[in-house]
Design a protein around this ligand. Structure first.
Ligand SMILES: [Zn+2]
Length: 532
């Protein structure tokens, strides 16, 4: 579903592209003056338009009726390329297993003239993944390039490209998209999809996408697929497990004004919202970093346009008039130190509570005076009662997460293993069905899931045990995580956030966890024998 949204709105002409104006201008000029290069290298982060531009360029140099330097989209060449039917446009994904074979094949076929188009175009994505042998083969080809062949190499890691290749290509560096560019594009897509999304909600999606349009579109797709025709900030915060910049700004504001009781209430709010505290720590640190940067040099605001909107920039500028550089540094130091220190704490928000307490102590000079605040966050209980039976969408929350939300933080770990058996059993017994349901959506994700198993439920989190770091990284990716969470909800009705851990981490974080044996295995253990 998310990939379809991405494909559906993939730009097909230069004018539909967002950002990368410098690249587009140079390529258009090359077409206009008829000086088409033999080899190009597109370097830059994921989702910044490298392959989109490569395809548009392939269309442009082959189009029979160019219009103002844009492909007409109507001639045979354009149509064939648009429908992926053009034999002369060869796309190779160097990251896939077939990459090596493709390069071998390339060496044999590259000398043949184009079959129907004017130019044969090789688009090699993730070119840095090629093996040494494949690079040599590519280099040989680039040294004596046949006529009417254009190579477009794309990479996210240009430092891994050998110097010999770099010296033979025309290089373009793709930049991250600014937050405003991403938000505007998402707004357009939402309109076309006839879905109403708050601008602030789009801001959360945009800042979670780390400058990549593909990530942003894919997240928007996830959100649209999950929800109704009107999407609010609260819903997006819940789905992505992250808070809005506005929330972070308010949090910092309260801390600056030394309203610590209210800061603690906000921490309670975060917990009830099921926000991942590690995510929040990252947002908070980043926000403080932005404050620091602007405090030291207000002119650097322009540079921050990749991260924050104009409104947010103005807000930070106002905030820094009320705080000294030293205080910002203090906050950063305390937060960073305690994030590290409490990394393996079973109480996810502890690092934050300790940080705020320390900050308060440092500012007041009376450490004892703020301690009572910590144990009595009055707002928290109200929120618990309000939200106890359902989340923001009225989904049934896992039975365990309701129980878990009520005891104070220190009690949490003790009861972590209680009352979770029903839901974990439900998920375990439906596990193969969940994997099966993901197969058509993403085959590789379902194979990674086959190598993982639900271990236990901790608060709002389903702890998923997986064998290797590599699998864990795959599962942690936001779009994958959301897809799995949705599949679990759909099949079992249990709403949980996914937390993949390796076997090693599982035994460190949950030393009391014991693998549940199947009934069959238990019988075998008791009576001896073998399963046949
Ligand atoms: Zn055309």
């Amino acid at each position: 579903m998310s990939t379809t949204l991405y494909r559906k709105y993939r730009p097909v002409t230069f004018s539909e592209l967002i950002g990368q104006k410098h690249v587009v201008q140079t390529l258009k000029n090359a077409v206009k003056t008829g000086r088409i290069g033999q080899a190009y290298l597109f370097a830059g982060p994921r989702g910044t338009g490298k392959t989109s531009i490569a395809r548009i360029f392939a269309k442009t140099i082959n189009c029979q009726h160019l219009k103002n330097g844009e492909p007409c989209l109507k001639c045979d060449s354009c149509q064939n390329i648009l429908d992926n039917r053009a034999l002369d446009i060869i796309e190779i994904d160097a990251a896939s297993n077939t990459g090596v074979d493709n390069i071998r094949e390339l060496r044999e076929t590259v000398k043949l003239p184009p079959s129907s188009l004017k130019y044969k175009v090789y688009i090699i994505d993730e070119v840095h993944m090629l093996s040494g042998g494949a690079f040599n083969a590519l280099l040989k080809t680039l040294e004596e390039p046949p006529t009417n062949v254009v190579f477009i190499l794309a990479t996210t890691e240009v430092h891994k490209i050998p110097e010999t290749i770099l010296s033979r290509v025309q290089r373009f560096d793709f930049t991250r998209l600014t937050i405003e560019e991403i938000i505007n594009r998402l707004e357009e897509i939402a309109k076309l999809e006839k879905v109403k999304v708050d601008r602030e909600a789009l801001e959360i999606i945009a800042s979670s996408s780390e400058g990549g349009m593909r990530n942003a579109e894919s997240l928007l797709g996830q959100v649209i697929a999950l929800e109704d025709k009107k999407i609010t900030v609260k819903e997006v915060e819940f789905i992505l497990g992250t808070v809005s910049e506005k929330f972070t700004a308010e949090f910092v504001d309260l801390a600056i004004q030394k309203k610590y009781a209210e800061v603690f209430a906000k921490i309670g709010e975060l917990r009830e919202m099921g926000i991942d505290f590690k995510n929040f720590a990252k947002s908070l640190l980043n926000y403080l970093r932005q404050m620091l940067v602007l405090k030291i040099n207000p002119d650097l605001g322009q540079k921050l346009s990749y991260e924050i909107t104009k409104e947010r920039l103005e807000q930070i500028k106002k905030q820094i008039t009320n705080i000294e550089t030293e205080e910002i540094l203090n906050f950063i130091n305390i937060l960073q130190e305690n994030t590290e220190k409490f990394k393996s704490s079973p109480i996810p928000q502890l690092f934050l509570e300790v940080s705020i307490a320390k900050l308060a102590a440092k500012q007041s000079g009376h450490p004892m005076s703020i301690i009572p605040v910590k144990d009595d966050p009055p707002v928290k209980k109200e929120i618990v009662q309000k939200n106890a039976s359902s989340d923001v969408f009225g989904h049934r929350m896992s039975k365990d997460s309701q129980v878990q939300n009520i005891p104070p933080a220190a009690e949490k770990n003790k009861s972590a293993s209680k009352n979770t058996s029903a839901d974990i059993d439900l998920i375990t017994s439906n596990w193969s069905e969940i994997i099966e349901s993901l197969k058509s959506y993403n085959h590789s994700l379902s194979s990674v899931l086959k190598m993982s198993s639900p271990a236990l439920i901790d608060g709002n989190y389903l702890i998923l045990k997986t064998k290797y770091d590599f699998y864990k990284e795959k599962l942690v990716e936001m779009t994958n995580r959301l897809t799995i969470e949705k599949a679990i909800d759909k099949i079992t009705g249990v709403v949980l956030k996914l937390k993949p851990v390796t076997e090693k981490e599982l035994s460190e974080e949950y030393p009391n966890f014991k693998e549940k044996k199947s009934l069959m295995q238990e019988a075998v253990d008791i009576f001896g024998g073998k399963i046949v």
